[in-house]
Design a protein around this ligand. Structure first.
Ligand SMILES: *[C@@H]1O[C@H](CO)[C@@H](O)[C@H](O)[C@H]1NC(C)=O
Ligand SMILES: *[C@@H]1O[C@H](CO)[C@@H](O)[C@H](O)[C@H]1NC(C)=O
Ligand SMILES: *[C@@H]1O[C@H](CO)[C@@H](O)[C@H](O)[C@H]1NC(C)=O
Length: 374
């Protein structure tokens, strides 16, 4: 096979792979954007951080709170899918701790049947994706977004122990608490937001956007952890958060944008998100987190590593692509110059032939002329 055929084939396969995987490429580029933009965004928008501390209570949060509290409901999810229900008993102390600190609140435990019924009744567009997901954790992710969009209130992972009441006043004598914010989540490491604890008013436009993008993100990925993260989980959550927050930032001066539509991240009194992050086995001002991420596998470790050394990873990927393109370009140049030289020789051969032909015919003419004259 000629070199130019090989080069053409390589280009064609790269193009068709890029086309075939365009949705996957889109999702990965969103991760890139979240990682590169998140902290810059926070530096520009310090008011997104709710400076919350149970010791030194802040009064600054008063001007971002709303007059009405979110509904006093705590939603929790237990999708057993055949697991024995003794597993739920393991979470009893954590659940009881939250109930003790929120005496007037409603607690809703969503399990297999009533969770599916809820999605079928209120979010029928999402139902085929909800039932089609390979992993329960994907269903649990989508379900919490839908529950909060429909009912509002608070979502809590089962392994979260409550250490403080969410409706405690933000400062002494204030009638406002965290529950008067339209939306709160902890931050995530190394960038983005976490969905183990979400507080939201019902019908928050961010949740509408999050649910609206669900069908287009329901893609197969080679690793289960990646598939969950990018289709429904923390990375998906963070990517949509980033694009929502950036749009809100651009449109903030527009008259249609309301205080109720904003999204906030928990921070300490100095504006640091770290003390509130729910990662691993950890105690934050509001919660103790069990770190029982039973669905984490070998691929999780890899993703965390890529996330941590994100710059090197991106650099490596970019140089790989660049070297492939460069190699293809060099090959194509070589084959083109070879083609050009062979063409040139063909032309010269042709013109030589023509010249000899002309000469020949001239001789013939001359001969003929001579013959005529003679
Ligand atoms: C699950 O718990 C319920 C009551 O809490 C009980 O009736 C049922 O038998 C249990 N099922 C299994 C499979 O353990
Ligand atoms: C869902 O079903 C479970 C098991 O029957 C029940 O314990 C739970 O209260 C139900 N949840 C809601 C929100 O109805
Ligand atoms: C916040 O900053 C002040 C002043 O720098 C410091 O004294 C305090 O310990 C900080 N708080 C936290 C939780 O880091």
């Amino acid at each position: 096979m000629r070199t130019r055929h090989v080069v053409g084939l390589v280009f064609l396969s790269i193009l068709s792979l890029a086309f075939l995987w365009r949705h996957h490429i889109r999702d990965l580029s969103e991760v890139t954007r979240t990682y590169s933009v998140f902290h810059k965004y926070l530096r520009r928008n310090q008011d997104v951080l709710v400076r919350f501390s149970t010791q030194l209570q802040s009064s600054e949060a008063n001007d971002i709170t709303l007059p009405d509290s979110v509904p006093q409901i705590i939603h929790q999810i237990f999708l057993s899918n055949g697991r024995p229900n003794s597993t739920l008993a393991k979470y009893d102390p954590a659940i009881k701790s939250c109930q003790a600190l929120h005496p007037g609140w409603t607690f809703k435990m969503w399990t297999d049947t009533n969770a599916t019924d809820f999605i079928a009744e209120f979010y029928p567009d999402i139902l085929p994706h909800y039932t089609g997901y390979k992993q329960n954790i994907q269903r649990a992710n989508i379900l919490r977004y839908a529950l909060l969009h429909h009912f509002g209130g608070v979502y809590l992972d089962l392994d979260v122990t409550c250490l403080a009441a969410l409706d405690e006043p933000l400062s002494k004598g204030s009638d406002r608490s965290l529950t008067h914010l339209p939306w709160v989540t902890p931050g995530a490491y190394p960038a983005g937001v976490n969905n183990a604890f979400i507080l939201s008013r019902p019908g928050h436009p961010f949740l509408a956007e999050l649910l609206g993008r669900v069908p287009s993100r329901d893609l197969p990925w080679p690793m289960p952890y990646v598939e969950n993260m990018l289709s429904t989980g923390c990375m998906y959550f963070s990517n949509v958060w980033m694009s929502y927050a950036l749009r809100l930032e651009r449109e903030w001066r527009n008259p249609g944008v309301r205080k109720e539509d904003r999204v906030y991240i928990l921070a300490d009194e100095n504006g640091s998100m770290d003390p509130h992050m729910l990662r691993g086995k950890i105690t934050t001002p509001l919660f103790a987190h069990g770190g029982a991420s039973s669905w984490h596998g070998w691929d999780a470790a890899m993703i965390v590593m890529i996330g941590k050394h994100y710059g090197y990873f991106a650099l490596g990927l970019a140089s790989l692509v660049a070297s492939i393109v460069l190699a293809a370009w060099k090959l194509s140049r070589r084959s083109k110059s070879r083609r050009r030289s062979s063409w040139r020789s063909a032309v010269s051969r042709l013109s030589l032939d023509r010249r000899s032909l002309e000469k020949h015919s001239l001789l013939q003419d001359e001969e003929q002329g001579l013959a005529k004259n003679g």
